[in-house]
Structures are given as C-alpha cells and as structure tokens.
Design a protein around this ligand. Sequence first.
Ligand SMILES: N[C@@H](CCC(=O)N[C@@H](CS)C(=O)NCC(=O)O)C(=O)O
Length: 222
Amino acid sequence: MEHLKLLGTRGSPVNARVEIALQLKGVDYEFAQQDLQNKSDELLKYNPIHKKIPVLLHNGLPIVESLLILEYIDEIWKENALLPVDPYCRAQARFWAKFIDEMIMPATVNAFLGEGDTEKATEELQEHLKTFEKGMKTAELFKENKIKYLDIAGLFVIYWIPVLQEFAGKNVLTRDNFPEIMSWADDIFSCDVVQKNLPDKQMMFGFLRLSFPHVNPNAHRQ
Ligand SMILES: N[C@@H](CCC(=O)N[C@@H](CS)C(=O)NCC(=O)O)C(=O)O
C-alpha cells in the first residue's frame, strides 16, 4: 500500500506546485503543515541539506526540490502526463522552469521585497519577463490544453508576482506590458485544481506585512 506525505507550507508557491501535481494525478496524500520559523524534527530529518519545504515522502523516502518532485510524480504516476513526451520539448520545458526558479524568482524577491534601492532589481525582473515572454512565443509548450509541468512551475510568475507587486505598490507584470504571459495566465486559472490551490490574497498580504515591514508602508494597508 502506497503512502504519500507532503511536508509543506500553504501559501508557498513551491508547495502549491506539488499539491497541484498530486491532485492532477488523482493520488491521495497526507499533508503536514510546517512552521518555517520553528522547523519540525521531521523536516530537518528529511531535508537536512536545505531544511526547506516541500518534501514529499513516498513510502518513507524523501524527495526534495519542487521541480524534481514534479518529475518524480510524473514518473511514478503515468496518467495525465505533466512533461511532454518529445525529448526536445521536455528539455525546453525544463529549461524554462529552471529560468523561472533561477532568474525570475530571485529578481522578483529583490524587486518587491528587497531593502533599499530596488530599482536595479526591478529592471532586471522586467528583462527576465521579456525573455520569458519571447520564449513563450516560440515554444509550443505553452499552447497545450491541459495543465502541465511548465504551467505548474509558471504559477509563480502569473499568481505570486501579481500579489507581490500589488503588495509593494509597483506594476511590472501587466496585461499591456506582457500580453502573452497574461493570456497564458487566463488559461491556467481556468483549471479548478489550480484555483483550489492558490492561497488567499488577503492572507498573503497579512503574512507579507508581518514578514517585510520595510516594504512600501503606504501600499495595501486596509
Ligand atoms: N528550490 C526549492 C526552494 C524551496 C524553498 O525556498 N522553500 C521555502 C518556502 S517557499 C522554505 O522552506 N524556506 C525556509 C527557509 O529558507 O528556511 C524548491 O523548489 O523546492
């Protein structure tokens, strides 16, 4: 009998990736909410190197790093494939997911949550989004009807960036500036499983206000 347990934190984009993938596959799992200010023995035991969520325990064996967890899930449960079948398309999907995590994510954090002058990081984020949007136009990957690996990875761009930019009171990702990204977002948001796993925006503002009190004190006080 299979046992799946996810050590995660609701509200986190990397946690949402794993929950969405498991739910799209239709597999049952136990969820153990983690307090990242006071890490559990279980989290430290199963992710001793990075000490981060998400950790998926499959029959007691830990798998870490959200993108690797998605690949693992896709290899174990074959129905509703997440990665493209064609090896070249698979490589493309992995490339853009890595681009999101290694280029877009850090620039986003620096642009919207950084202390001091965030101008340079904001420009950098704009450039990365332009590169990403151009990539979308050429990669057929984004045009499939079902929610796949890259759509799940890309939720950071289409959901978390808008929340963070609203919190910081800056507009970088808009429909006028990035029409392709925003129309891709419309497709992804029409999926029920995705909708169900997006954290409440007001809850996120509350968390962000507590965690980043230096960010634009005039934005989003209500
Ligand atoms: N590259 C990792 C990132 C994991 C990550 O940054 N997790 C955050 C939550 S969003 C965390 O556990 N932070 C706790 C810490 O840094 O101490 C992945 O994709 O899984």
